[in-house]
Ligand binder design. Sequence first.
Ligand code: HEM
Length: 374
Amino acid sequence: MSQLNTSNARQRRRRSLLWSFVLILALSLGLPSLGYVLAQSGGGQGVQQQQQQRLQQQQRFGEDRASNPRSDMWRDAREGQGGFTTQTGPYVTNTLISNVGENWRQFRMGPLITYGGYLLIGALVLVALVFTIRGRIRIEPGRAGMTIQRWTGFERFVHWFTAISFVLLAITGLSLLFGRTVLIPVIGHQAFAAWADVGKTVHNYVGPAFSVALLLMIVMWVRHNIPRKVDIAWFKAGGGIFSKQHASAGKFNGGEKIWFWVGVFTFGIAVSVSGFLLNFPFFEQTRETMALSQAAHAIFSILWIGFFFGHAYIGTLGTEGALEGMTTGQVDVNWAKQHHDLWYEDEIAKGAKPQPAAEGKAAAGVGTVGQPSH
Ligand code: HEM
């Protein structure tokens, strides 16, 4: 009796196993098909929609590109269609794919690097040409051996702070921009990575200090840079560089005013504002704003560096006696009369007294030591 019970129980277990197996098989095959059946009957709207979408895609992109629904989806995403992402913040919210970065990358690696490079090399060639053709502008009657104060200690401090930080920013900025094309082939990837790291840090810290000094420089010198009639006459006389005519000027001549308004003021503000937006991304700047800032920062910096080559050349090799003004504060009286006669007359009228040139300075470069001729 007990044997009969045991064999019945075994049979029942086998049957229930068999039915379970059949049920699982039926469900695993049947359930997915249910979606298909639903789509074909009541839920057919979805399929119709898809077909309609496909038709629209075919009309827009042609048969071949509309054939893959996945590529249609990515195409939509690339076109900036809103979606939902897990990201929050101003940069990426609800944007599946942003083309901004790729557009900026293509601009940077293409026209920016190519034409930027040409511009910088062109500026250097121009400076070399001017030096070859015109040579150094000498103090015509030779040195007077008497000097007059041109720049105060504060003016020189602001100027050299700005100049040194500008050079640091230019070297590090250009290294980051042209590193891949110019430096990596020469020093290799590892050395460039180390240098780029240092360069980026220096650039990020020196930038804000430079902008503050630049602002001081603008406030300090703006009153001397108001355009005057004499500036037009200065340009007509070729600035005394390209003609034998004497070019009259106040404290700043026409050329220096161009450097002030175009270089220091316009490029300076553009580079500082765009640099600030890049350095401090806490103001809900969008990706577009960041990419535009990068483009503006690079374009204005390159233009400014090209312009700066001209300024640095004129202040050193190009003009005898100019650099010592910015290092010692004093300029030779004959230099002052030749380059900034109206300013010199003003200073004398205000009671400035020319002093004999310092012994060391006289020994270093005095040509003709004459008497003060005012
Ligand atoms: C390191 C390179 C530089 C050198 C050798 C240099 C040299 C000079 C010299 C000699 C002067 C006096 C000119 C005069 O007495 O009329 C001067 C003036 C001036 N510098 Fe520089 N400088 C340099 C960089 C800069 C930079 C980077 C800026 C601005 C960002 C700048 C802005 C000015 C301004 C606004 C003046 C006033 C007069 C003028 O426009 O020439 N300098 N510089």
